[in-house]
Write a protein that binds this ligand. Structure first.
Ligand code: HEM
Length: 465
């Protein structure tokens, strides 16, 4: 379902877009502060594809229709920048790396990083990805052995997945073993992402330099992550080895004009970004994939049947197996439809524009949400129902932005192919040997920060297949 063609001369003024009722002065800000994703969903259900919000002094426009997403992310992408409050807070807390930077500086950094993500390069990571998952599988075997004939051991799913994906990013992109830092990176990053979200939702917050107890806690978490990043960089600087990885590319990059390399601070920000973007997201995708499989035994049985057929004699999966691990791909894609690891994104309109027939003034804050568009009833039958079959045909007749867990356009996730290959290999490696059953009596609750995690963690009973 596409929207009627736009005739700019007959476009509707911005104020004609429906707006949910808010409170005096603060407008819709309190509803956002309480639960932004639910506020967006309620507004979408009531008002449809475009909803206007009043956020204290700023006007925001939420867009759910794939045509409008195409306009913002591709057609007129240059007009939609990351100069938003959210990215500013992320920049303060996590630095000015690939995710948060803008303009010619971003483009230069993206060009430096791009070769590390070429398909050929990524293909060479397949073995490492499967091996890291296999190492974790040995650990799970040990847990099962230790439990003997007693109650099956219970693992914390997200922590397990984060450990695996952090190690994969470490070995493949930084040639560094990171699992010993896993708990520290996980805890501190989770805390910082929560803080980023809190700061975005309040009208103002004190700069980090003001030593309040809250700021001190944030600064300590940043310092702990910094210490891990600094160890990685300084070890490399003092090492005789020069592996062909992303870290080397970043360290050897020279400015075309000045011939200068990146400053230590910039290098730190890029490595921190790889932490932020490269492991938490894939861990979240795998967590929801396993969780949903545990709630849908028929989907789990289909997965096991596929793995038994493709990985004869229970061998480890390889790069060559990926095209035949079709159901494995489909359950991951359906999990990312229902629980996209990045549930909401924002942009700022640099200049006046017309989006889907509506005049949008410069400085309007634009809100996008894969979580909501992935449930758009015009593009998804029974959107709340778990059904991996939707993804059997990769060329299914859907508009480009009906499904966009990795975004699209120039700012599309640089790690898209890396992440899909990693998720398929990790899921195949683990699911061919184990069955995970949800071990809590109540369903997992969402924890919405920059990413879409579960509150607490998701306990899973571990058994051998
Ligand atoms: C399932 C896993 C993943 C999902 C769903 C995901 C999703 C996304 C999304 C939605 C964005 C756009 C963010 C924005 O506009 O602010 C993004 C950007 C990015 N992602 Fe991913 N990502 C995943 C895995 C990865 C991995 C494995 C890496 C690296 C190893 C990575 C590195 C990046 C980087 C560097 C950017 C910024 C790109 C740029 O603006 O040039 N991501 N990702």
């Amino acid at each position: 379902m596409t929207q009627p063609p736009v005739d700019a001369s007959s476009s509707a003024p911005f104020v004609s877009v429906p707006q949910p009722a808010g409170v005096p002065i603060l407008g819709n800000l309190p509803a956002f502060k309480r639960d932004m994703l639910s506020a967006l969903m309620a507004a979408f259900r009531e008002h449809g594809d475009k909803v206007r919000f009043n956020l204290l002094s700023r006007q925001a426009l939420f867009l759910a229709h794939p045509d409008d997403l195409n306009h913002v992310l591709i057609r007129n992408n240059r007009n939609f920048t990351k100069y938003t409050r959210g990215y500013r807070v992320m920049r303060q807390l996590l630095g000015n790396g690939l995710v948060t930077s803008e303009g010619s500086f971003w483009l230069r950094q993206r060009r430096i990083a791009q070769p590390s993500f070429h398909q050929k390069r990524i293909n060479a990571f397949a073995e490492t990805m499967a091996r890291v998952a296999e190492d974790r599988a040995h650990n799970w075997e040990q847990l099962l052995k230790n439990s003997g004939d007693g109650a099956p051991p219970v693992i914390q799913l997200n922590a397990e997945m984060a450990r695996i994906t952090l190690d994969i990013v470490g070995f493949t992109l930084l040639s560094t073993e990171l699992s010993s830092h896993s708990a520290r990176v996980n805890t501190n990053l989770a805390f910082i992402l929560k803080e980023v979200t809190r700061r975005i939702r309040v009208p103002w917050s004190l700069p980090l330099s003001v030593p309040t107890p809250g700021n001190n806690r944030v600064n300590r978490a940043i310092a702990r992550l910094d210490a891990v990043v600094e160890t990685i960089i300084s070890r490399r600087r003092h090492s005789a080895e020069n592996p062909e990885d992303l870290l080397t590319m970043l360290m050897e990059a020279r400015d075309e004009d000045s011939g200068e390399g990146m400053t230590d601070a910039q290098l730190r920000d890029e490595v921190m970004t790889i932490f932020l973007a490269g492991f938490e997201t894939t861990a979240t995708a795998l967590t929801w994939t396993f969780y949903l499989l545990s709630l849908h035994p028929e989907a789990m049985a289909a997965l096991h049947a596929e793995l038994d057929q493709v990985l004869e004699d229970g061998r480890m999966p390889t790069l060559q197996d990926l095209p035949r691990l079709e159901w494995t791909r489909m359950v991951i894609e359906e999990a990312m439809r229902l629980y996209p690891p990045v549930p909401m994104l924002a942009r700022t309109a640099a200049e006046d524009d017309v989006i889907g027939g509506v005049e949008v003034p410069a400085k309007t804050f634009i809100i996008l949400s894969p979580y909501i568009t992935h449930r758009h009833p015009a593009f998804w039958d029974e959107p709340e129902v778990y059904n991996p079959e939707r993804f059997r045909d990769p060329k299914a007749d859907r508009p480009r932005f009906a499904y966009y867990p990795f975004l699209g356009g120039p700012r599309q996730c640089i790690g898209k192919s890396f992440a899909m290959m990693e998720a398929q290999l990790v899921l195949a490696t683990l699911a061919r040997r184990f069955k995970l059953e949800h071990a809590a009596s109540t369903p997992a609750q969402l924890n919405v920060t920059v990413t879409l995690g579960a509150q607490g963690d998701i306990p899973m009973k571990l058994t051998r297949r």
